[in-house]
Design a binder for this molecule. Structure first.
Ligand SMILES: O=C1C[C@@](O)(C(=O)O)C[C@@H](O)[C@@H]1O
Length: 257
């Protein structure tokens, strides 16, 4: 029996349930584009939406971000929203001073206008625990994530990072890595499956990026990844394919396995 039984249910979507959930990122630069993008995404019917606020030109204007979020929340009422201000060192679109970034994340948590926030494992335990405490008080879930856009670490290292995220108190542990060989893709899937079978008490999100890693975005659920990212108007990472294509593959796997 696998240990990964904890299912997180947000707005009727079961993260860690029987079927992989599809998340689509918003990567607009301006407010106008953001709402156009959100409109376009609604037509794609993903399961979750992620606002990658690091793409947003006014990301450093916290009040503006909060104001926009209250409108976005209404527009995407039926959808769980993940709020992500990705650090530049792990694929973020721009460099934002850490103090400001963490302040933004905490204020967004307090506003309760999102369902989930994503924070990187490299942020360090102290700030992660502060953010988790704030999130717990406000009924918001926390993804602790890790990214490597250059390579795929060893299986042991990936398992270690996912376990560390869980140990710190993540509700969901995530890792996205770049494969240089097909063995790297297998290693990511192996780490995912091992986590699911042996260590995970929380849902996992894992992906091997780029075209090489595409199989992990389509079939990662089979090995224990609870969410896969599908492009909306634009991709937020290499290898994301259209939501409809992902949905088709996931449904075929789900129906027949
Ligand atoms: O961490 C992730 C995963 C991701 O990097 C991907 O590879 O699909 C896309 C990001 O938007 C998201 O925050």
């Amino acid at each position: 029996m696998s240990k990964s039984e904890k299912v997180i249910e947000v707005k009727g979507r079961k993260i860690g349930g029987e079927i992989s959930q599809i998340c689509t990122p918003l990567v607009a630069k301006t407010e106008e584009q953001l709402f156009q993008e959100a409109e376009a995404i609604l037509a794609l019917k993903p399961d979750l939406v992620e606002w990658r606020v690091d793409y947003f030109d006014d990301v450093e204007n916290i009040q503006k971000v909060l104001d926009i979020l209250s409108h976005l929340r209404k527009k995407l009422e039926a959808y769980p929203i993940i709020f992500t201000c990705r650090v530049d060192l792990e694929g973020g679109h721009r460099k934002i001073e850490n103090g400001l970034r963490f302040d933004l994340i905490k204020k967004v948590i307090k506003s309760r206008q999102v369902d989930i926030v994503d924070v990187e494992l490299i942020s360090g335990e102290a700030i992660l625990r502060e953010i988790i405490a704030e999130a717990n008080e406000n009924d918001i879930y926390v993804i602790i994530s890790n990214h490597d856009f250059q390579k795929t670490p060893s299986k042991e290292e990936m398992i270690e990072r996912l376990r560390k995220a869980q140990e710190i108190g993540a509700d969901i542990a995530k890792i996205a890595v770049m494969p240089n060989t097909m063995e790297d893709v297998l290693n990511l899937l192996y780490a995912t499956n091992t986590m699911k079978e042996k260590y995970a008490e929380i849902p996992l999100i894992t992906m091997s990026m780029s075209g090489k890693g595409l199989i992990s975005r389509m079939a990662g659920g089979v090995f224990g990844s609870a969410v896969t990212f599908g492009a909306g108007k634009a991709a937020s990472a290499p290898g994301q394919i259209a939501v409809a294509e992902l949905r088709e593959v996931i449904d075929i796997l789900h129906k027949n396995m």
